[in-house]
Design a protein around this ligand. Structure first.
Ligand SMILES: [Fe+2]
Length: 311
């Protein structure tokens, strides 16, 4: 697939209740690299193998959750075109000047009917992954710090009107539907997994009455062994685990859901398959989410927290 349009998830900006406790979690336990702090006090981090300056931004606030989620697009012409397309579709957009986020160019922000703020941007300073670009080693010391995921992979968001959200991502932003869970009516979608790439998901949504909620930010590991090692590190450090280690039937990802110190859920996972835009989307019935193994294939049960705990 030619990589044009939206390239990948670029940043998740999340609210935390205690900044230094959160920095300890994301930097020392999850094992991200701290790359900067800005005048507002926000802390910027990246996964070791990411090339751009940041993928997670932490902001201290009195409630946890997601401020905004951003996608990197191919270039400035793409950014201008997508902003025009969003406006033509009927959405209001806002330009946030370059430099408002450290090392990040101009961003185009819009609000989804689910209540989430989504951003597109074309430029972020490349700081590299600590490896040479000529004859590089396969890994570096940073890849051994904590859980050490390779990248921010996707997010799952909860909010209303996901049928509208699906139209915006597929008709305006060039994503395609990979998997879905039907609502109990067997017609509408209760949950959708969408891709802008060859990944099994770049963003996912669950229909939920409260707008703007975060279910999880997800971080990619290279192997099942690393997922098990992640669960050891979580347990050693008192990180509360929600589900796993186990395998999702949906996407086939091998996963752990756990919580940061503010109650924001995060996922460390490996695997999944490689879909193409011409594939027929996989459909799960609402019963299939639980008894069919959609959420937890080995245990085939709908963990209560999956549908109820969000920030
Ligand atoms: Fe996930």
């Amino acid at each position: 697939m030619a990589m044009t349009g939206v390239l990948r998830p670029g940043h998740g900006a999340i609210r935390v209740l205690d900044l230094e406790e959160a920095v300890h979690h994301y930097r020392d336990i999850l094992g991200m690299v701290e790359t900067g702090r800005d005048a507002q006090g926000r802390v910027y981090l990246k996964c070791w193998d990411e090339r751009d300056h940041n993928s997670v931004v932490l902001r201290q606030a009195d409630r946890a959750g997601l401020d905004f989620f951003g996608f990197k697009v191919r270039d400035k012409a793409t950014l201008d075109k997508m902003e025009a397309d969003l406006k033509a579709y009927g959405l209001k957009t806002e330009r946030i000047p370059a430099g408002e986020m450290l090392a990040t160019g101009e961003r185009v922000r819009f609000e989804l009917p689910s209540g989430h703020l989504i951003e597109l941007y074309a430029e972020k300073k490349a700081v590299g992954n600590g490896l040479q670009v000529t004859n590089p080693a396969p890994w570096t010391k940073a890849s051994e710090n904590g859980i050490a995921p390779v990248r921010l992979d996707h997010c799952l968001l909860y909010g209303p009107n996901i049928a509208e959200v699906q139209k915006i991502f597929t008709e305006v932003l060039g994503f395609y539907l990979v998997e879905r869970v039907l609502a109990p009516d067997n017609e509408t979608n209760a949950a959708i997994w969408m891709s802008c790439s060859h990944k099994v998901h770049d963003i996912a949504f669950v229909e939920h009455p409260e707008p703007g909620k975060l279910h999880h930010l997800s971080f990619l590991l290279d192997s099942w062994e690393e997922v098990l090692r992640a669960s050891d590190i979580m347990s050693m450090n008192g990180v509360p685990i929600d589900i796993g280690p186990t395998r999702h039937g949906i996407t086939r990802g091998c996963t752990i859901y756990a919580f940061d110190p503010s109650g924001n859920r995060f996922e460390t996972f490996m695997g999944g398959y490689q879909p193409y835009p011409d594939y027929e989307p996989t459909t799960w019935t609402f019963d299939g989410l639980g008894a069919g193994g959609g959420l937890d294939y080995p245990q085939r049960k709908l963990h209560e927290t999956f549908l109820t705990v969000v920030t």
